[in-house]
Structures are given as C-alpha cells and as structure tokens.
Design a protein around this ligand. Structure first.
Ligand SMILES: [Zn+2]
Length: 86
C-alpha cells in the first residue's frame, strides 16, 4: 500500500510493537512530505522503531478510527443523532 492510498482513505499509519504490544498511530502526511506519496508502507517499516520502547521489531499497517466509529453507530441505530419527529 502506498502513502497516497493511506492519505486518500483518511487512514493513519499504525505501528504495532511485537515487544511491548503498544499500538501507536502515526500521521502519514509527515512521511509523505519526506518520502513522497509513492513510497509504500513496506518502504517505511525498516526505518521505524516502536515510539514507546524503541524496539525495531514492529509491524506497520494502516488504521482507520473513522470506520470503527461507523461500525459502532450502525450496530445501535437508536444512538443516531436525528431528533425524533413529533
Ligand atoms: Zn514497543
């Protein structure tokens, strides 16, 4: 996946540490400005370490907090913000 795709989908990069199990979201715009939008997630991963413990044993993926929020609201339709009509 290219940084262009991460940005187009409003996703964040997510560093998942295999040592301390921390999951750290990162702004893809920072890497797109440095490396260009055609750089891939696979290009970035070897240069990154876990921001929490400094381990190089990390996995890198894309993450969308928005999709999780949509899934929750779809599961409970009564939680929608529309006011009831009377
Ligand atoms: Zn870590």
């Amino acid at each position: 996946m290219k940084l262009r795709d991460v940005l187009d989908n409003d996703h964040l990069l997510l560093v998942e540490c295999n040592d301390c199990n921390a999951k750290t979201p990162l702004d893809p715009a920072y890497f797109a400005l440095r490396l260009g939008v055609d750089a891939t997630i696979e290009d970035l991963a070897p240069a990154l370490v876990c921001p929490v413990c400094g381990s190089a044993d990390i996995g890198l993926g894309a993450h969308s907090p928005v999709e999780h929020a949509r899934a929750r609201s779809a599961a409970s339709p009564e939680a929608r913000v529309y006011p009831p009509l009377r």
